[in-house]
Design a protein around this ligand. Structure first.
Ligand SMILES: [Zn+2]
Length: 421
């Protein structure tokens, strides 16, 4: 089985141009003594919108690794795939994120639930979880309710996993199970049930992406109480350590945090929790790099700024179309968005200041940022004109991309240091 290192970063890239710049951030971390594995992730949804193919991501990752002489492991993640979409990713991925959120709450049949409960009878009772100041109480009704809610989803994950194994015999890729894009966070008993069922299915899961408390919107800071998040994060870390032993799951099993970029309020609490449990983490950050591209284009002025304005105007006009696929992970206050007529008069600095994620800057607008986050379809529709601009302004954009990942994400989360602008 390919083992996912303790720390890993999802460095997806909408248009396949920032591979080396993203890798540079990890090289800076490695010079500080922290090894973080890059995972190029791109979902079926993103491929559909940008018109790319899974093989393009693999080629980008390979080229970036060669360009920077990266010798440590790297991965290509078939992000958020289902049984319907997995086939296109089989040849070019060594990491698969099985998204079974749509199967949550689907009836697995009472036979299946009864068999599960009979098999997992041992889970009913009180368990001391090292690192937690209270025991985990598992009642039979709570376990049965969790099984009814999640068993069908995990059985579906088993079907996707079987499909991957049949198509890639002996490959033993990294497997993630994700259920983050759902409306409610999973409870500890639910997570226990999920991991028991994953083990029953024989899925060698190495990362699990639950839905966390609060709201993790795309490209903007966490909405919720960081102390509450930290408590839940620690609960999950304790439970995962317990589940690894109890169910003989891979020792590398760790949490995966989706919509993980820009959660500046959470990185220090997460860092402290990871230290406390000596645990690893996987953080998915794809969207933030696309936004840094736009910051770089806007700040460059000229045709770069024109492109940024066009992306904004079209996103503003096609608001519903762009936001719909991201309904559970964006939250835009529509009346707060400036009209395209206003934005048309902005200079590069003004545009960049509204977009850059600097909460201390009065010009920063989380609404503009989220709208542009989902607006990458416009850049995709520009085709060669957009990618030519990425090449024209490659150096300043790369500097933004690297700095954003290293100074604002890697430093606080992985190094436990203050973020820097
Ligand atoms: Zn996700």
């Amino acid at each position: 089985m390919s083992l996912l290192p303790k720390y890993s970063l999802g460095v997806g890239d909408r248009f396949g141009h920032q591979g080396p710049a993203q890798l540079d951030a990890l090289i800076l971390a490695s010079r500080q003594g922290i090894e973080i594995a890059p995972v190029w992730n791109k979902s079926h949804r993103e491929h559909t919108i940008t018109g790319s193919r899974p093989a393009d991501v693999e080629a980008e990752a390979r080229a970036a690794v060669q360009a920077r002489r990266w010798t440590a492991p790297y991965f290509v993640d078939a992000d958020h795939i289902s049984l319907k979409t997995v086939d296109a990713f089989l040849a070019s991925s060594n990491f698969f994120t099985l998204d079974v959120a749509d199967w949550i709450g689907v009836d697995a049949g009472s036979d299946c639930v009864d068999r599960f409960i009979a098999r997992e009878e041992r889970l009913v009772g009180r368990h001391a979880l090292p690192g937690l100041d209270r025991p985990l109480e598992v009642s039979r009704p709570a376990l049965a309710a969790a099984a009814r809610k999640f068993l069908a989803a995990i059985r579906e994950a088993g079907r996707i996993y079987d499909r991957i194994c049949q198509a890639k015999p002996g490959a033993a890729p990294v497997i993630e199970v994700s259920m983050d894009e759902t409306d409610r966070p999973q409870t500890l008993v639910e997570l226990l049930c999920i991991l028991a069922a994953v083990a029953d299915e024989g899925i060698p899961v190495q990362t699990i992406a639950p839905r966390f408390v609060g709201r993790s919107n795309k490209g903007v800071d966490y909405v919720g109480d960081p102390a509450e998040f930290r408590q839940q994060f620690e609960d999950h870390l304790a439970l995962i350590a317990f589940a690894i032993r109890k169910f003989q799951l891979p020792g590398t099993l760790k949490l995966s945090v989706h919509s993980g970029s820009d959660k500046f309020a959470l990185y220090r609490p997460m860092h402290e929790a990871l230290k406390k449990f000596d645990a690893g983490v996987h953080l998915k950050t794809a969207g933030t790099t696309w936004l840094e591209e736009l910051v770089g284009l806007a700040a460059a002025g000229g045709d770069g700024l024109e492109i940024a304005k066009e992306v904004y105007e079209a996103s503003w006009q096609r608001f519903d179309e762009f936001c719909a696929p991201y309904a559970s992970v964006v939250d835009i206050d529509r009346p707060s968005l400036p009209s395209p007529e206003v934005v048309a008069r902005w200079d590069g600095e003004t545009f960049a200041a509204a977009l850059r994620h600097d909460a201390a800057c009065p010009a920063y607008s989380p609404d503009v940022r989220q709208l542009l986050h989902v607006g990458y379809r416009v850049a995709a529709e520009m085709g060669a004109r957009y990618t030519a601009a990425l090449e024209k302004y490659a150096a300043p954009i790369a500097a933004y991309v690297t700095r954003n990942l290293y100074e604002r994400h890697i430093r606080p989360l992985f190094l436990g240091q203050e973020a820097r602008e």
